[in-house]
Every structure is written in C-alpha cells, then in structure tokens.
Design a protein around this ligand. Structure first.
Ligand SMILES: NC(=O)c1ccc[n+]([C@@H]2O[C@H](COP(=O)([O-])OP(=O)(O)OC[C@H]3O[C@@H](n4cnc5c(N)ncnc54)[C@H](OP(=O)(O)O)[C@@H]3O)[C@@H](O)[C@H]2O)c1
Length: 292
C-alpha cells in the first residue's frame, strides 16, 4: 500500500472506462474501498468485476462496488447520492471525473445542453449532495477532473446553457467552457469549505488515449483517434494526477488549486477570477433548484 493513511471510501464517477477506470483500480489496489459510477449497467459491472479480479490476483486488500446513474440528469445524480448515502454512509474522497465532448448540440430532457449538464452541473450537484458525508470525514477531499482545454476561453454567462443559437453551437468551445467551469467551481468550493476538514482541487490529466471524443460522428471521431495515436499518453499515466490528489498525504491540506502532472499549475486568468467563480456558483445553484 502506497498511502500512509487508513483505507478510505472513495467515489469515482465515469469509472466504467478511461481515466476514471484506472483511477478507481489503482486506488482500490492501495487498499481503499472504491465505489465506481457508470451509466451503462453491463459495462460498469464488467469494469467492477475486472477490478475485483485484479485485486484478488494480487491479494490486495481493496474493495470495489459499483452504482449506475446518467450523470447528465440531475434527478439521477440525486438518486445516486441518496443510494450511496444509504448503502455506505461514509465518504472520504469524491472524484468527479465523468465528462465528455459533444461535437453537436444535444439538449437533455431537462432542457440543458449536454456538455454543460454532464461536465458542470453534475460536478456541482453531486458535490453538494455528498458534502454532508465529506464533512464528516476527518479529511474529505473533492477532486475535479478539469482540463488544459480551459485555456483560451471565457465563460459566457448569457449563454451558459449553449441554448442561444443551437445552430451556432460550437462543441469544442462548449467543452472548453465546461472545463473552465470545473476550475472556477473548485475555486469557489475551496473558498466555501476553507477552515473545515474538506479540501477541493482540480486537475488536467494530460492528453490521454481514452475513449474521449469517440462518441462523435463525422470527422471528429477519426480526428480524435488519430491525434491520440500520435500525441496522447496512455490511461495509466492519465490517471496519475487524479490518484495523487485523491490519496497523496502531501496534498492533504492543499485546496483550491489546479494540478498538472502531479504539480500545482497556474490556470488562466479567466479560471482564477473570483467574481466569475462566485457568479457561476450562484447561477448554477439556481438552475438546480427545481431538482432539489
Ligand atoms: N482524454 C483526455 O485527453 C482528457 C484530457 C483532459 C481532460 N479529460 C477529462 O477526463 C475525464 C475522463 O475522460 P476520459 O478521457 O477518461 O473519457 P472516456 O474514456 O470517454 O470515459 C468517460 C467515462 O465517463 C462516463 N460517462 C460519460 N457520460 C456519462 C453519463 N452521462 N453519466 C455517467 N457516466 C458517464 C463514461 O461511461 P461510458 O463508458 O458508458 O461511456 C466513461 O466511464 C473527463 O472529465 C474529461 O473531460 C480528458
């Protein structure tokens, strides 16, 4: 076991594949109890079985459980949080990892643009709902997987939901903004939990050859796959910073920071704007009101 502290209860979203799956597997290998969340029951169960087999083979002490939720739907986020709380009653680390890039405009049945719903509203709402348990932990951590893709953009508070001109929707821009939102959310969250036992940090995992982007048709799918082949790091390396922030004793009291390659890094000015962070918090809070 690599970590110096006791086994912890860790919830990792989007862990049926990609960076989340490796993050969960490695944290379990360190002896923690990891609960993985996916949206596809069969795939998520298989991922859990695979991880359990790996733990058994290595005689490791960790445990894996799985739960299912479509995290782009606030009602499912809420059900997930309820079920988790009933089943496990303890949470030490929340890794908000589930996220995606949607080249085309998709509106969820709740009326949100899909990128905004999955990449931002989900992080915010799940964190809010899990906060009572995190606050009871002796050292609760929130780890938000953001991205270097946040560089070169600003939030558009008049069009957060990408609704204005579904025709003029720019999928990459929507993705960039959602990742900027992850950093701003982390910043404001850290400010709000300052002085408690809870910390919050965000990170860039690297450009990772996962299934990221493969969901898109047209030129996007092949384009992403080709770039990944040439430039990307593998999923094992891509999970390193998430694992570090979830488990490393050296960052136990660090909060409100953005990390890349397990090192603190300065995000853009737009991602360090406290007014924008506060405003985003308030707007998001209101948008979620009808689901509470
Ligand atoms: N890959 C990169 O280069 C890169 C770079 C910077 C940041 N990131 C960030 O890293 C995070 C993980 O991405 P990844 O590269 O590991 O992508 P991935 O391989 O596509 O994995 C994404 C995971 O999220 C799950 N997911 C997607 N939509 C969901 C939904 N509506 N509800 C619940 N779960 C859902 C997926 O489930 P399914 O298996 O059912 O699809 C999968 O388990 C994302 O936040 C992404 O923005 C990635």
């Amino acid at each position: 076991m690599n970590s110096t502290h006791h086994p912890r209860k860790i919830l990792v979203t989007g862990a049926s594949d990609g960076i989340g799956k490796v993050t969960a597997r490695e944290l379990a290998a360190r002896g923690h109890h990891v609960v993985i969340v996916g949206r596809n029951a069969g795939k998520t169960q298989n991922a859990a079985t695979e991880m359990r087999d790996a733990i058994r083979t290595s005689n490791g002490p960790g445990t894996i459980d799985f739960m299912i939720a479509d995290l782009a739907r606030p009602t499912e986020v809420k059900n997930l949080a309820r079920q988790y709380t009933d089943r496990f009653g303890q949470l030490d680390v929340l890794v908000n990892n589930a996220g995606a890039f949607f080249a085309g405009f998709i509106k969820t049945p709740d009326g949100f643009e899909q990128t905004f719903a999955l990449n931002h509203l989900n992080y915010f709402y799940l964190t809010e709902l899990m906060m009572p348990l995190l606050a009871r932990s002796n050292a609760g951590r929130v780890v938000n997987v953001a991205s270097e893709a946040h560089r070169g953009c600003d939030l558009d508070f008049d069009n957060l939901n990408g609704e204005k001109g579904a025709t003029a929707y720019n999928g990459w821009r929507a993705y960039q903004r959602s990742k900027l939102a992850n950093i701003l959310f982390t910043r404001e969250l850290a400010r709000r939990v300052a002085g408690t036992s809870v910390t919050a940090n965000s990170l860039h995992p690297g450009f990772v050859a996962s299934k990221f982007g493969h969901n898109n048709g047209g030129v996007w799918g092949p384009l992403v796959k080709f770039s990944q082949m040439v430039f990307a790091i593998n999923e094992d390396r891509g999970a390193a910073t998430s694992i570090f922030l979830a488990d490393d004793p050296s960052v136990a009291t660090v909060s409100g920071k953005y990390f890349d390659k397990c090192k603190e890094r300065a995000p853009t000015a737009a991602a360090s704007n406290d007014d924008a962070a506060r405003k985003l918090w308030d707007v998001t809070d209101k948008l979620l009101d009808r689901f509470r």
